[in-house]
Design a protein. Structure first.
Length: 200
């Protein structure tokens, strides 16, 4: 059965011209390895997390306490994936409205404008294509996924080399308040939507 379309979702991974260390608001999705339903089940439109799902939720919220440049917004754990809005802000910042981070695809990415997403500050030929700038979205997500995997292997009855996540994650830049509201609503209603479609 085809998966529901996300609002305005693009299927590509990182945008080649965006510096993902820039201040900005991002809608991210991370799936389990082979889409295994490790995180729990949905009953009557409410997600009931398994012990593995509880670890995922705890480590997601812990991200904000570990990193001064992260403010978290809407978030949901589903059976085989998570959706969340993660905001990169100046250290000590709390303003996460996408009005402060607007980026228009038709306009050039301006490295000198503090309120727009910047072009990449690194050269893949120099640093290597797998390079993750410190405090970038990719670095933050790698840290989150690694922390979850280590805790699951240590605390749950799984193989020490068990794979939890798909190798990468999907993201979308939230460019205005309308997109932000739509994605928040999508995240909030995700368990109910799944239940109406698949529940008994």
């Amino acid at each position: 059965m085809p998966r529901p379309e996300l609002p305005g979702r693009k299927n590509s991974l990182r945008h080649p011209d965006i510096d993902y260390g820039s201040r900005g608001a991002y809608f991210v999705t991370v799936r389990t390895h082979r889409h295994r339903p490790l995180f729990g089940s949905i009953r009557d439109g409410v997600m009931d997390c398994s012990p593995v799902g509880d670890i995922v939720r705890d480590e997601w919220y812990r991200t904000e306490t570990l990193r001064e440049n992260v403010v978290l917004d809407a978030f949901v754990v589903m059976q085989d994936h998570i959706h969340g809005i993660i905001c990169l802000v100046p250290e000590g910042g709390t303003e996460v409205s996408p009005c402060c981070y607007q980026w228009h695809p038709q306009a050039p990415l301006d490295a000198g404008t503090t309120h727009s997403l910047r072009v990449r500050r690194y050269d893949p030929e120099r640093h290597g294509v797998a390079y993750r700038p410190p405090d970038s979205l990719s670095s933050i997500m790698a840290g989150f996924k690694g922390a979850v995997t280590r805790r699951i292997r240590a605390e749950c009855n799984v193989s020490p080399d068990a794979r939890i996540w798909q190798r990468n994650f999907h993201d979308r830049v939230l460019r205005n308040e309308r997109e932000w509201r739509n994605v928040r609503r999508y995240i909030r209603l995700n368990p109910q939507r799944w239940w109406h479609k698949h529940g008994t």
